[in-house]
Design a protein around this ligand. Structure first.
Ligand code: MG
Length: 384
């Protein structure tokens, strides 16, 4: 089998999510958003697909790097192809990002899975058929009845537990919210949620990412009193030593790094430095499913869990194929939005959850996306 073509279809779809001035997603009025679908076609007609924001796989990236490396190659040589793309990154003047690598790599996995009629989590080495999900809230806002007060977080948490969630992660308030950042408000929201759900639901906090060591230590100590399961990204992750210091000064598990670049190399440094208790990686952030599996194996080799960042098919495939991960991140969730409603370009969501809070691993081949091709065709802006 050889890769014959790489195409990118950019299309519009309606959304009720909007971004604030710092890029955080919130509920909003319905508007049209843009999405891109990469299609990798093999010489036998088999296809693999991956979705991405259009800017990440803009024409220059596809022409200058992806087509040059991948066309004419056997998609089953996925690791070599990925390494060849990695080598291109240095000379690309930072244009070929880890995120672009991840999109191409996901489409290759999807192609392989579809051609064999096997889900990717089974190709990776299946570990489980279902995984408990944690409900991951949107960042706090100033919308009445939304996530604007600790009490509203508490009420939403109660609803999430009624829906079946066994765990909840709060994203609290960040600028441009007028009173953010505020360590005291973060702690109040966490206390309100603990009060609302009782002692048996696992809780995590992912708040403002640029707190000082002193603020992070204060919040972490309060989370310990509230019996939280982990404390995520309270400080700039470029400062590994700050995380080493925080991890040494707290009993609660500190998790990271999430947004730091450096693929598995930076994660190895964090493990060696003792800068986290739980390692973190997401497919989009570390350059693909393959490198994400390497981070998980690194963590497992040191007796550590590796919690996978983000929702979606690729992250779910990794969660389904590793032992040292307790949860799947389901979200982002908000009282005004229905997470179970599929985006218009999909026939169904990848991660339906049962009443006990478990997401069942998809049985469809490849990445398991249930794509509405005719809808995409009718809403195409460009196809290259
Ligand atoms: Mg996070």
């Amino acid at each position: 089998m050889k890769i014959d073509a790489i195409d990118v279809t950019v299309f519009t779809y309606p959304t009720r999510r909007e971004s604030d001035s710092a890029g955080h997603s919130h509920p909003g009025k319905e508007s049209q958003a843009k999405m891109a679908m990469m299609t990798i076609t093999a010489d036998d007609g088999q296809k693999g697909y991956a979705f991405s924001p259009a800017e990440i796989i803009r024409p220059h990236i596809v022409n200058a790097f992806l087509r040059k490396v991948l066309i004419g190659q056997n998609p089953f040589d996925r690791e070599r192809l990925w390494q060849d793309l990695v080598h291109w990154q240095r000379g690309s003047a930072n244009q070929l990002t880890d995120r672009a690598l991840a999109v191409a790599e996901q489409a290759i996995w999807d192609l392989i899975g579809r051609s064999l009629n096997v889900p990717v989590h089974k190709l990776l080495g299946g570990y489980r058929e279902k995984v408990p999900a944690y409900g991951s809230t949107m960042c706090g806002d100033e919308l009445e009845g939304g996530l604007s007060t600790p009490e509203e977080y508490g009420r939403f948490a109660e609803k999430l537990v009624q829906r079946g969630y066994q765990a909840i992660k709060l994203h609290t308030w960040m600028p441009p919210v007028s009173f953010a950042p505020s360590p005291k408000m973060d702690v109040k929201a966490c206390a309100a949620v603990r009060e609302a759900v009782g002692p048996d639901v696992a809780l995590m906090l992912d708040g403002y990412h640029w707190y000082s060591r002193s603020d992070a230590l204060y919040i972490g100590r309060e989370l310990q009193k509230l019996n939280f399961a982990w404390f995520e990204e309270p400080m700039e992750e470029q400062s590994m030593d700050s995380y080493r210091w925080l991890t040494q000064n707290l009993d609660i598990d500190v998790i990271g790094p999430e947004s730091l670049s450096g693929k598995y190399f930076s994660r190895a440094d964090w493990v060696k430095a003792g800068a986290c208790d739980i390692l973190r990686a997401g497919v989009q952030g570390v350059g693909g499913i393959g490198p994400c599996m390497k981070v998980a194996a690194l963590a497992e080799s040191f007796g550590m869990d590796c919690e996978i960042h983000g929702n979606g098919p690729a992250n779910l495939m990794v969660v389904g194929a590793i032992k040292n991960c307790r949860w799947y991140e389901r979200g982002l969730l908000h009282p005004f939005l229905d997470y179970d409603e599929p985006a218009a370009y999909l026939n169904s969501i990848i991660d339906p959850m049962d009443d006990e809070g478990f997401v069942h691993l998809p049985t469809r081949p490849g990445l398991g996306e249930d794509i509405n091709f005719s809808w995409i065709e009718q809403h195409t802006l460009s196809h290259e």
